[in-house]
Design a protein around this ligand. Structure first.
Ligand SMILES: C[S@@+](CC[C@H](N)C(=O)[O-])C[C@H]1O[C@@H](n2cnc3c(N)ncnc32)[C@H](O)[C@@H]1O
Length: 212
């Protein structure tokens, strides 16, 4: 029922934690966390039709008494309790950061495919550190999930770009992921050289080369 991508997010969540899943779409993650991890889930989406679909899914599992579902926009203050774990998945980094400008709790779990350097660096600059990470290949794409907790830690460029835990774990999947990032960016980099170079791209390519 649940994809490896959603299982990867749930593996960063502890049994029994209180969850707010912002941008819940189908609500499948919340159903999974309620059944398998005994979490206390609330979930919302900005789109009313989507929320109705989530309610239909949650009803199928007879969990309407356990999961609170509402129409809610993460760009507004959702009045979250600090001990709730925020889940922000399947959105771009800029949307995630915009939501975090209005809502922050002690723990935040994010999954995005866009600009992970900026996600890690910006969330850490807000006073968080990275407490766990994982990577999966699902539906022909790599998905990185990251859990942040309030705290302070200094990270290197490489760690912001590729993830301190993923670098340390050094798995075959991680190498494949780095290789795919390299292939995605190398043409742009070569072209940029013709026009005098691009320092950001050069930094990234040189970093990726080290981990292929
Ligand atoms: C691609 S879906 C991802 C759904 C789910 N989190 C997952 O990972 O499978 C993104 C969802 O975020 C919702 N969304 C986008 N911006 C939002 C916001 N500002 N507040 C709440 N939900 C939002 C969209 O309506 C959509 O249902």
């Amino acid at each position: 029922m649940v994809s490896n991508r959603l299982k990867a997010i749930s593996s960063l969540i502890n049994n029994g934690e209180s969850i707010i899943d912002i941008g819940c779409d189908h609500g499948l993650l919340d159903i999974y966390l309620t059944i398998n991890k005994k979490c206390k889930c609330s979930c919302c989406d900005v789109n009313k039709d989507i929320v109705n679909r989530a309610i239909t899914n949650i009803k199928k599992y007879d969990l309407l008494d356990s999961i609170s579902v509402f129409v809610g926009n993460g760009f507004e203050d959702l009045n979250l309790s600090d001990d709730t774990v925020m889940v922000l998945a399947g959105m771009g980094t800029s949307t995630i950061l915009k939501i975090l400008n209005k809502n922050r709790t002690h723990s935040i779990v994010c999954q995005t495919n866009t600009d992970l350097f900026s996600l890690r660096k910006s969330v850490c600059d807000m006073g968080y550190c990275i407490s766990s990470e994982n990577i999966v290949f699902d539906n022909n794409r790599y998905y990185v999930s990251i859990r942040f907790e309030r705290g302070e830690k200094i990270y290197s460029y490489d760690e912001y770009l590729l993830g301190p835990f993923l670098i340390r774990e050094n798995s075959k999947l991680f190498h494949d992921y780095v290789f795919s990032l390299y292939n995605k960016n190398i043409n742009g980099y070569m072209k940029s050289i013709e026009y005098g170079g691009n320092t950001d791209l050069e930094l990234m390519i040189n970093c990726l080369k080290k981990y292929i």
